[in-house]
Each structure stands twice: as structure tokens, then as C-alpha cells.
Write a protein that binds this ligand. Structure first.
Ligand SMILES: Cc1cc2nc3c(=O)[nH]c(=O)nc-3n(C[C@H](O)[C@H](O)[C@H](O)COP(=O)(O)OP(=O)(O)OC[C@H]3O[C@@H](n4cnc5c(N)ncnc54)[C@H](O)[C@@H]3O)c2cc1C
Length: 374
């Protein structure tokens, strides 16, 4: 039994994973919720995400703990949906370049020290553990296989969550344009939609992805922002043996529910040009280069053909760590702004809903407060 709610009506801005996950968690707690989003659901980062579920490599202990709890919630969800093609735990495989930046030995030692399931493999050992990888692409320092990792297709997950939300009586308004938060007398009192409609609420969750820092800046709050432009390329369906998520020096690759692959990388993101009118130019050479890099790490070096790509901001706070919780000095105004929103999607919604409903700060979010940028 959950604690009685101190709020009866909550308005959520944003139809990405954080907004939808929080909305369904609030509805489960008996709160009346309205979710308003600018375009369709999953129209932004959540619709063009690599969505690798992981806590690999090195980060703060608090962030690692939150990610691990996040993966735990996906494990529970996977048991409820045993045949889901949109949520898989087939592991992750990573290796680094053969130069001084190679951290594989250090990362392996760290992961072992914190109990993160990791196997250090030489190139010729990889096929025994996970299929579909061209061993010749793996550098001499070896690769790390993390069996506990997986991936999720966020638009599918959002579809599953929104179905439950609607069944619980939650209201969704899509294609609503840009909503704003109504702050009166030092507290959030509701939202105002683009067409001027005022929706009163006891609390508001701003889960507007990359737009969060700009929106809170309008009321004088500072959240440091390091959001880059990202590019996710999707191939046409192809018959490959790959099951794991690959994170390699030149490309990251993951399977999808429809037999396509999705790809991204740091170098290809940097080649995207943002035009003055806020549209993007993606060069054909970048897309073809990414397809070629992916082919080179896959067994048999298959011919990968472009299906589509998604381009736009990837929400990342200035210090790289998540931003969750109430704004300092403005009661009832909660925010969610983070990278790794696939890994954190379920747990963030759960903990934010708990805080909104009970008013009690959750210790797992203690180091991720928006107030740290003040
Ligand atoms: C290329 C790429 C690769 C990634 N890889 C991974 C990964 O491997 N693992 C991982 O865990 N995470 C990954 N992420 C991160 C993860 O996908 C994001 O953190 C997550 O999707 C963010 O969700 P969100 O709900 O905050 O934002 P979004 O999905 O961007 O949703 C925000 C929503 O708010 C709406 N909105 C904005 N402003 C307003 C407004 N004023 N009024 C109404 N609506 C508004 C937008 O239209 C949008 O629908 C990746 C992201 C990208 C882009």
C-alpha cells in the first residue's frame, strides 16, 4: 500500500520516457494526471535513442547505484513481458582503440571491483560468448562483455506505459505546442498550453527533454546544459547474428524489434551541422561512413542500407549527472533532465512520483538535485 497522496492533480509536460514513466507512476498512486506534449509521444530524444541499458565504465558511486536500480526495474518488466521484442537482455560488448586512450584493462578492473558483471575477452574468445561480431575488428587489448546489459525500444515502451496510463484514467494531449509552467506566489500552480488554455494542478513535472534548462531559465533558475546534437541511423532489416549492444571506437550498434540495426557514434554527431533556422544538415558521407563502420564490426561485413535517421538534441546536463526533483524555492515545480534516460526511465518515474505524492525526498536522488547549479 502506498502512502496517501498530498496532491490530487499533477500536470506533466513532455511525452518522452521521463514524462510518460512518471505519469503512469502517479496514476498508479491514485493521482489525477494530465500529460501535455508538443508533438507526438516519443517525438524527440526518446524516439531516436540507442537505448543501451547499462552502467558500464566509470562514474560516481551514486550514479552507478541509480543505474543499477534502473536496470533492476527493467528486469522486473521483462518478466512481465517475457516475449517482448522491444526489451532484451543479451549483454553488451565494448572495446577501445589500439592507442594510448585504450582503457579496457582499467575499466575491467573497476567493474570487477564493484561487482559489475564483466568478462575480459581476447578477440578469438568473443564468438563463444556472443554471436555476430567480426573478431578482426577487436583490438589487441581485448573486449569487455557485460552479460547483464540490454536494450529497450523506447517508443514501444512508451506505448505500453501510455496504454496503462489511459486505462487508469490519465489524460494525454499530444500536438499541443509548447506549454509553459504557471508559477504564482512562489509555487507551481499548473501549466499553460500553447493556445492559452490554463490547466490547474497541485504540482507540475517538467520533463521537456533538452528544453528543460531554457524553460527553467525563464524563471531565473540555472541548470547547466551540455546538450549536443545527436544522430541515430537506422538500417533496413538485415539478417545478422548480433544480439548484444556493441560499443566500439567508431560505432555503437544495437538490434531493434524489427530486424533493423540502429547506429550512433561521437564522430558522426560532430559532423551534423545546425543551420541558423534550427534545422539540421546531415551529410550523406556521414551516414554512409557510419554504415561502413558498423559493417566492419559485424561478422561477414554485411552490406548495410540506410532506412532512416533521427537527428536532434540529446539532453545532457552540464556536469553529466542526472537532474531530478523540485526546483529550489518553487514548491510543486519538479524537473527531469538527464542523459541515459533509457536506463533511468523506469526508476526516475517511480522515484519522482513518490516524491511528488509524499513530499519526502528520496535518498537515491539526493546528489542529483537541480539546486546544485544555483
Ligand atoms: C542518439 C542517442 C543515443 C542515446 N543512447 C542512450 C543509451 O544508449 N542509453 C541510455 O540510457 N540513454 C541513451 N540516450 C538518452 C535517452 O534516450 C534520453 O535521456 C531520453 O530519451 C530523454 O527522455 P526525456 O523524456 O527527457 O526527453 P525527450 O524524449 O526528448 O522528451 C521530451 C518531450 O518533451 C516535449 N516538449 C519539449 N518542450 C515542450 C514544451 N514546452 N511543451 C510541451 N512539450 C514539450 C518534446 O516534444 C518531447 O516529446 C540516448 C539519446 C540519444 C538521442
Amino acid at each position: 500500500m502506498n502512502s496517501p497522496s498530498r496532491v490530487s492533480r499533477v500536470a506533466v509536460i513532455g511525452g518522452g520516457i521521463f514524462g510518460v514513466s512518471s505519469a503512469v507512476q502517479l496514476a498508479r498512486r491514485g493521482v489525477s494526471v494530465i500529460l501535455v506534449t508538443e508533438c507526438a509521444l516519443a517525438s524527440e530524444a526518446s524516439g531516436r535513442s540507442l537505448s543501451w541499458l547499462n552502467s558500464s565504465r566509470m562514474r560516481s558511486a551514486e550514479y552507478h547505484q541509480l543505474r543499477m536500480v534502473g536496470i533492476d526495474r527493467y528486469r522486473t518488466l521483462a518478466v512481465k513481458h517475457p516475449n517482448a521484442a522491444w526489451l532484451r537482455f543479451d549483454g553488451g560488448l565494448t572495446w577501445d582503440s589500439d592507442d594510448e586512450s585504450n582503457e579496457i584493462a582499467k575499466v575491467y578492473a573497476h567493474e570487477r571491483s564493484i561487482g559489475y558483471d564483466a568478462q575480459l575477452l581476447a578477440a578469438d574468445q568473443v564468438a563463444v560468448v556472443t554471436p555476430g561480431v567480426d573478431a578482426r575488428a577487436i583490438t589487441r587489448q581485448g573486449a569487455i562483455f557485460n552479460p547483464g546489459e540490454g536494450w529497450v525500444d523506447l517508443p514501444s515502451l512508451i506505448g505500453v506505459l501510455i496504454e496503462e496510463f489511459s486505462a487508469l484514467g490519465g489524460e494525454v494531449i499530444t500536438h499541443a505546442g509548447r506549454a509553459s509552467v504557471d508559477v504564482t506566489g512562489g509555487r507551481a500552480t499548473g501549466i499553460v498550453t500553447a493556445d492559452g488554455r490554463r490547466i490547474a494542478a497541485d504540482a507540475v513535472l517538467l520533463a521537456a527533454g533538452a528544453a528543460v534548462p531554457k524553460i527553467v531559465a525563464e524563471i531565473g533558475c540555472h541548470i547547466a546544459d551540455a546538450t549536443p546534437i545527436s544522430l541515430l541511423v537506422k538500417t533496413k532489416p538485415i539478417d545478422v547474428a548480433l544480439r548484444a549492444v556493441l560499443n566500439t571506437p567508431r560505432v555503437a550498434v544495437r538490434p531493434t524489434p524489427t530486424g533493423s540495426l540502429v547506429l550512433d557514434s561521437a564522430w558522426s554527431e560532430e559532423e551534423v551541422v545546425r543551420r541558423p533556422d534550427d534545422t539540421y544538415e546531415v551529410k550523406d558521407s556521414t551516414v554512409q561512413g557510419l554504415l561502413a563502420e558498423a559493417s566492419a564490426v559485424l561478422e561477414g561485413n554485411p552490406n548495410l542500407v540506410l532506412d532512416s535517421y533521427g537527428v536532434g538534441p540529446k539532453p545532457i546536463p552540464g556536469d553529466g549527472e542526472p537532474v531530478f526533483g523540485e526546483l529550489p524555492g518553487i514548491s510543486g515545480y519538479h524537473v527531469a533532465f538527464s542523459h541515459s534516460g533509457a536506463t533511468l526511465g523506469l526508476i526516475a518515474g517511480e522515484l519522482l512520483a513518490d516524491e511528488i505524492v509524499t513530499g519526502v525526498p528520496h535518498p537515491l536522488l539526493a546528489t542529483f538535485r537541480p539546486g546544485r547549479f544555483a
